[in-house]
Design a protein around this ligand. Structure first.
Ligand SMILES: Nc1ncnc2c1ncn2[C@@H]1O[C@H](COP(=O)(O)OP(=O)(O)OP(=O)(O)O)[C@@H](O)[C@H]1O
Ligand SMILES: [Mg+2]
Length: 447
């Protein structure tokens, strides 16, 4: 930057008349004189500091006569000048009329011009037309004010350079100057563009994989549907002929033979039940979704009423606590099947409790519009196997203790996932089970 103050030096003042050195009663003459001298030195030091602060001193002369040392305060400026010259940002001082008074080499590099050419140029000439208005606004700050903004500079060879402009205005001997620091944002912009490209690529890949996965899922569903369907015909033959064997030829079979035929019949019936469940699961995954507002509390109440009416154990006492007015956006038939499975399970696994309590309600959950739960105080389960619960045909209790095929929770999971939510469970043996499910914000159904 240009020097604005001439360099000179002022020797320290010699001790002058001292109105502070009056002494106090009781002091000896020698003490009074020494005190006066000290006070004078103090005052001189104070004046010198004030002069340095006010910019009126360029150098200091310190030390006794003959051994004086000169300290040039101006050398501090030089340090700053070196820093400005070496810094990685472009820097310039601009006159009140917007003419560059001084610039550092880095600004030269950024604009593709020499420093001497930059000096005397109108600063707005360095800025492409499109950014001139913004830059002019930024430049229009009063003394003592700062401004920051992202603009572009005309770079070497017709290029443009994105920069962060930090500007401070100051008053120098009545002249309003502006100091500009320009940080080159090219590398940052390149990194941002790279990240954007990578993200776009990643998104495209995720989309492609999702589509592939969706297709594979659909194929698998179709496959499992047709297999289940096709298995029914031979199974019917097994059931029919084993029944016919017993009926028509039972008297020609001995006890063992009849036992075998009976087992074939029982096993084929069990297989038919499993196939029915598989088909049910497949239907749940393939059924068209028809979203609407559903009063889930009303659905739960009607399920409970039906269950009470049909329950094979008459007089069983089960208390229900059902939160009212739980509304969700979902496919009515599918979401009803979710709560039906959960409530039927709760009913089944509390069979051995006299004080059975089944609760349905909602609770807050991160990132979900709604989180519903079904809780019971029944047999519970071993939490070590909690992940198995939602897999088809996985059961944590024997069919002798609690009947079932193990397909209910698998279909619960599929339905909830089709509604963009998730389902999980908590429980402990003999301490009941808690099942939770969320539904997504707009219940968008991923196919
Ligand atoms: N409320 C509950 N309390 C304790 N264990 C449970 C509860 N709900 C489910 N389970 C456990 O999870 C297993 C799987 O449940 P799921 O509903 O899928 O099958 P299921 O009820 O046995 O048979 P299905 O529902 O096909 O008739 C159950 O066999 C049981 O071990
Ligand atoms: Mg079940």
């Amino acid at each position: 930057m240009t020097d604005t103050a001439p360099t000179g030096h002022r020797p320290p003042k010699t001790t002058g008349p001292d109105r502070l050195a009056t002494g106090s009663p009781g002091e000896t003459g020698a003490e009074t004189a020494e005190l006066a001298e000290l006070r004078a030195e103090l005052r001189e030091a104070h004046e010198t500091i004030e002069a340095i602060r006010g910019g009126g001193v360029d150098s200091l002369v310190i030390g006794p006569p003959g051994r004086e040392q000169i300290y040039a305060v101006a050398s501090a400026d030089r340090t700053y000048r070196l820093i400005v010259k070496a810094m990685n940002e472009g820097a310039a001082t601009v006159s009140p009329r917007g003419v560059i008074l001084d610039a550092n080499p880095r600004l030269g590099l950024m604009t593709g011009q020499t420093v001497s050419k930059l000096i005397g140029t109108a600063v707005l000439d360095l800025i492409p037309e499109a950014h001139r208005a913004t830059s002019a606004r930024l430049l229009d700050v009063g003394a003592g004010d700062n401004a920051r903004g992202e603009i572009e500079l005309n770079g070497p060879g017709g290029t443009t350079v994105p920069v962060l402009l930090a500007l401070s205005a100051f008053d120098l001997d009545g002249m309003l100057l502006r100091g500009l620091v320009l940080t080159d944002l090219s590398a940052q912009r390149r990194a941002e563009a790279d990240i954007r490209d990578l993200n776009a690529e990643l998104e495209a890949r995720v989309e492609q994989r999702t589509a592939e996965l969706g297709l594979a899922n659909k194929n698998l569903e179709a496959f499992s549907y047709s297999i289940s369907h096709d298995l029914r015909a031979p199974l019917r033959a097994l059931q029919g002929f084993s029944a016919a064997l017993l009926e028509d030829c039972g008297d020609r079979l001995d006890e063992t033979g009849r036992g075998y035929a009976g087992r074939i019949q029982a096993a084929s019936e069990r297989m038919a039940a499993l196939i029915d469940d598989l088909l049910l699961l497949s239907r749940v995954s393939r059924a068209d979704m028809n979203l609407g507002r559903v009063d889930l509390s009303a659905e739960v109440t009607s399920i409970v009423d039906e269950m009470r009416a049909q329950a094979p154990e008459p007089g069983r006492r089960v208390r229900f606590a059902i939160q009212e007015d739980v509304w969700v956006t979902a496919d009515r038939a599918l979401i009803r099947s979710v709560v039906q499975n959960l409530i039927e399970n709760a009913w089944k696994f509390t069979a051995r409790r006299n004080d059975a309590l089944i609760e349905f309600g909602t609770m807050p959950a991160d990132g979900a519009v709604i989180c519903c739960y079904v809780r019971d105080n029944g047999a519970g389960f071993d939490p070590a196997y909690v992940n198995k619960l939602f897999q088809p045909f996985q059961r944590l209790h024997t069919a002798r203790d609690f009947p079932g095929t193990g397909i209910g929770l698998a279909s619960v999971r599929r339905i909830v996932e089709r509604h963009g939510g998730r389902v999980w469970a908590e429980g402990a043996i003999d301490e009941g089970a808690h099942f939770y499910f969320t539904l997504a914000d707009n219940s968008r159904a991923p196919e």
